[in-house]
Design a protein around this ligand. Structure first.
Ligand code: ZN
Ligand code: ZN
Length: 179
């Protein structure tokens, strides 16, 4: 994953808005994790950062468009990304209390430049949580025939799918196991 550091000392007292349009922020993790995501319209982010005594207030927005496989038929589901987020990133405490190894966004920047924020990871995490759990190509997607695999959005296949309805199969299974 590429790193995009912003040094805490580079955030002016009144806060500052930063823009991120480097494709690598998104393209590299997509490739690294072999995710079936295709960027349709470039993903960009605007993030306002305001340094506080114990951390950094973050207010951001990610926009763009991607295509992912439909949860039912695996054809392209096009997703408009317009994700707004607020967070507060804590400065790492100087106590050595074990808090369960939470990965913090703020840490020492490379080359001893001082404390910084790894914006690449922050933006990637926000992007991931913005995605729908079950993306659909269309709200009425009919999915694939469980018998022959035909995409039922292209028309019926003639299979007797009732027998293979997984919900009915589960019910039948329940009845059997009760005996
Ligand atoms: Zn679909
Ligand atoms: Zn079929």
């Amino acid at each position: 994953m590429p790193e995009f550091w912003i040094l805490i000392k580079d955030i002016p007292a009144g806060g500052k808005e930063f823009s991120f349009d480097e494709p690598a922020i998104w393209e590299n993790p997509i490739a690294e994790f072999s995710l079936p995501y295709a960027i349709r319209r470039p993903l960009t982010a605007q993030v306002f950062l305001l340094a506080q005594q114990d951390g950094v207030l973050v207010r951001g927005r990610i926009t763009g468009q991607i295509a992912v496989p439909c949860d039912r038929c695996a054809e392209d589901a096009v997703i408009d990304i317009d994700h707004q987020f607020d967070s507060f990133e804590l400065l790492p405490g100087d106590d050595t209390e074990d808090t369960g190894d939470d990965e913090t966004i703020i840490g020492p920047a490379p080359d001893g430049a001082g404390a910084g924020m790894e914006m690449g990871r922050l933006l990637w995490e926000e992007f991931i949580v913005s995605l729908p759990a079950k993306p659909l190509c269309a709200s009425g997607c009919k999915g694939l025939c469980p018998v022959c695999g035909k995409n039922l959005n292209d028309g019926k296949c003639g299979c007797d799918t009732e027998q293979y309805d997984p919900r009915l199969a589960a019910l039948r299974g329940l009845k059997v196991t009760k005996h």
